[in-house]
Design a protein around this ligand. Structure first.
Ligand SMILES: *Cc1c(COP(=O)(O)O)cnc(C)c1O
Length: 426
């Protein structure tokens, strides 16, 4: 981790050119890397030497961008993935196998909910979903003998629940398992979960990190804080020999890099969800301005939230940066500089009015996206969360009339003007 402040890390971390080398991180648009002896190449395959040989495993452009995200989060090792979904999947499957169990905060991104509730279940890994606001007793009661991880989102998409990191970290550690946090919405500009007890952080870099809706991508960062060897039997994949690499033991050979090395050497090798170097390059451009964009997103969102809150046709507004919001206090505690640029609201006219209002917007677009420069809206009950029944929707914190509003970087007066004319239509 560098000693730079977060703004400087956004720009300088991850890539330091040598004399006469390109000032800007190059795109290593190459699947493969050349060696002069067969023996050298063999040592790479055995993980005896570090070096590049095939882009599915590692690529210099991707590694530089992963190193920047690692530094922003204050971690020790990181990797990029093809999407946020791949990052969520790998983060769990790197330490779980058939017969294992995880505990999840129920307020989750719809894709993550499907992944953990249904897809990994078919692979034999079961998830118990707990209300993020549950008591410590309830949370502790969700653990089993075979529990291997705890998972939650720093700010849930779209429920906008701010996770009580300390409560979840305490329960995870009392049961000897790592606490994994999806920090997509808060970003490391507003919140660094490792400072609050998280062990692993994942990102959908598709959102604020990219920031321009140009590339789908993900990242996994390890704090290096979880002591896998203290619970060696539970995490045998990290602490006992890997026969596919001549019996190396990840924790012994790679120390604090064990988790990410295993995820790269096994999961990326076998499942191959890599981010393309071209996308990593674009992601890096986004990261360079993350520290400028995130505060502006938050400022605009707060202004829009205050406007909506006062509007006679608006039934309710959720925004954790708004005083009086149920998550305002947790937001102040864990992300005092700001939460995110996404808010949700519903209209007094209910579901139909919400849909009509969205259809009347002119500049603000209806898109299946959040967290980029352009303001956009989505109706989760008819879009991202449409696979869920009403009970599942409510558990995920999604009311049927809920409009998710991702407030962009346009002039906030133009955003409000568009909302105002659309509200006149309903
Ligand atoms: C979008 C999103 C994901 C999934 O990421 P993709 O890059 O779309 O695969 C995961 N978590 C959160 C909080 C998200 O917003």
């Amino acid at each position: 981790m560098s000693d730079y402040r977060i703004e400087t890390k956004c720009i300088q971390s991850g890539y330091e050119p040598g004399n006469g080398e390109p000032r800007v991180l190059p795109i290593y648009q190459s699947t493969t890397f050349k060696y002069s002896s067969s023996d050298q190449m063999g040592r790479l395959f055995d993980l005896e030497d570090s070096g590049y040989f095939y882009t599915r495993l590692q690529n210099p452009t991707n590694d530089a961008v992963a190193a920047k995200i690692c530094d922003l989060e204050g971690g020790v090792a990181a990797m990029l993935t093809s999407s946020g979904q791949a990052a969520s999947f790998y983060s769990i499957m790197n330490i779980c196998e058939a017969g294992d169990h995880i505990v999840c905060a129920s307020a989750l991104y719809g894709g993550t909910y499907n992944l953990y509730a249904h897809t990994i279940r078919k692979m034999g890994v079961e998830a118990t979903f707990v209300d993020p606001d549950c008591s410590e007793e309830e949370l502790n009661g969700a653990f089993r003998e075979n529990t291997k991880a705890v998972f939650g989102e720093s700010i849930a998409n779209p429920a906008l629940v701010v996770l009580d990191f300390e409560k979840f970290a305490k329960a995870a550690h009392a049961h000897g398992v790592p606490f994994i946090v999806d920090n997509t919405f808060a970003t490391p500009i507003n919140c660094r979960p490792f400072e609050w007890g998280a062990d692993i952080v994942i990102h959908s870099t598709t959102k604020y990190m990219d920031g321009h809706a140009a590339c789908v991508g993900g990242a996994i960062v390890d704090s290096g804080n979880f002591d896998w060897e203290a619970y060696g039997e539970k995490f045998a994949g990290l602490t006992t020999p890997d026969e596919t690499y001549h019996g190396i033991v990840y924790t012994q050979k790679f120390g604090k890099g064990a988790y990410i090395t295993k995820a790269t050497a096994q999961l990326m090798r076998d499942l191959g969800s890599i981010q393309s170097p071209q996308n990593a390059f674009l992601l890096n451009l986004g990261l360079e301005t993350l520290h400028l964009r995130v505060p502006r997103h938050c400022e605009n969102a707060l202004t829009v939230a205050r406007y909506l809150k006062e509007h006679e046709k608006v039934a309710w507004v959720n925004y954790p940066g708004l005083k009086g919001d149920p998550y305002y206090e947790l937001g102040q505690k864990y992300m005092p500089g700001g939460t995110c640029g996404v808010l949700t609201f519903g209209l007094k006219g209910g579901r139909d009015a919400s849909v009509k209002m969205m259809d009347s917007l002119k500049m603000v677009a209806i898109v299946t996206h959040v967290a980029d420069a352009r303001s956009c809206v989505l109706h989760p009950a008819s879009h991202t969360h449409r696979q869920m029944n009403d009970k599942e929707l409510m558990e995920a914190g999604v009311q049927p009339d809920l409009i998710r509003f991702s407030v962009g970087l346009e002039n906030v007066n133009d955003i409000i003007a568009d909302v105002e004319q659309a509200l006149i239509q309903v």
